[in-house]
Design a protein around this ligand. Sequence first.
Ligand code: ATP
Ligand code: MG
Length: 411
Amino acid sequence: MYERILVRYGDLTLKGRNKRIFVERVNHLIREKVNNPNVTYEKNHDRLYILLNGEDHDAVIRGLDKVSGLSSYSLITKTDRDMDSIKAKALEAVQSELDDKVVRFKVETKRADKHYPIKSPDVSKQVAAHVLRHTELLQVDVHNPELTLNVEIRHNGAYVYCKKIKGMGGFPVGVAGKGMLMLSGGIDSPVAGFLAMKQGVEIECVHFESTPLTSIESAQKVIDLTEKLAVFAPGNKLKLHMVPFKELHEALLDHVPESYNITVMRRMMYRISEKLAKQRDCLVLINGESIGQVASQTLESMVTISDVVRMPILRPLATYDKLDIIAISRRLDMYEISTRPFEDCCTVYVPKKPTTAPKKRRSGYYETTFDYETMIDDTVARTITIDVHANKHRDLTSEGWIVRDVLTDKQ
Ligand code: ATP
Ligand code: MG
């Protein structure tokens, strides 16, 4: 019975130019994710109507679920403003929602047009009476209803809907500028990337891979996770920078005492990420660190590790509980990928006793024992960037076992 979807934008406390940019961006994303040439769009101040023109509403809603910056949407129907038309549509709407559970209902009316001759509470009463007259086993309960029927009276017509579907919230991806996501194959960093995107940050991803020290399957996890994240990105694609980390990784394993391996490795990753971020006009680094999770994520570690870069670092998960992170990972369909049992460069050669309180001076001293700066420049130069598409799967594992060789062949 519903011929359109009402889309409500997110944070509209924004004003002036910012609001215009927000709305333009979000409208663009909506068209892209809905991706259906047969639906049409009707803009109306602070909201948008999608006219279904006979298309399946579930498919359109699945598209909207991928758009950051939307607060909610409703299947809605438009009718004339006279009470008979409103009552008829209201009854139809209630009937389409009735199931065994619904007993208590209420009608809520809003008048955007304050000149409408009947006051909102009276519209609600009349509509409720009409619904009760033509249905069975329903009763009005304004405090604890199982079903709320909404009537909105606007200048150009009356609108009727029952359900509000919660949107992703946040800001349209891109309005906040760009960040470089340090993406491992684990659970946390892809969730961190999602949360940053949800808040309007466009991302590119950097991954440190040490094939053949690590398996190509661990790099594949990263590609698969990037494909999942790309669903939310403009153009349904993301850039992934694959950093060949093996040489630097081996050098630091050779030169740095075991308890400082992880600290120095992280410092190298940060340095390289910052260089790539600057090259790509990113304003911040983003990672999946969460306070206390592992030795390298104590506050002391974070201080010592991030000391080597000047760029601000977003840690969307810093204060999250692991179970909450896992819940998001599952919702995004990433958990199964993240928990595939392949080691990445942080899990091979894990020191038996990593320090949980590494010192800046000590880390700096160990780093003087090898020429890491030249190695970093060389590593950055050999980094390969690929576009990862949400809807085009890329399988590296069928192509070889050294990531760089596989990607260089196919450039
Ligand atoms: P994750 O589940 O994201 O791997 P984690 O709890 O395993 O997180 P660590 O392995 O200590 O944490 O890594 C901390 C953060 O460092 C990660 O969230 C990620 O942002 C970054 N990171 C770790 N390994 C890599 C890598 N190989 N490539 C890119 N970034 C990495
Ligand atoms: Mg990890």
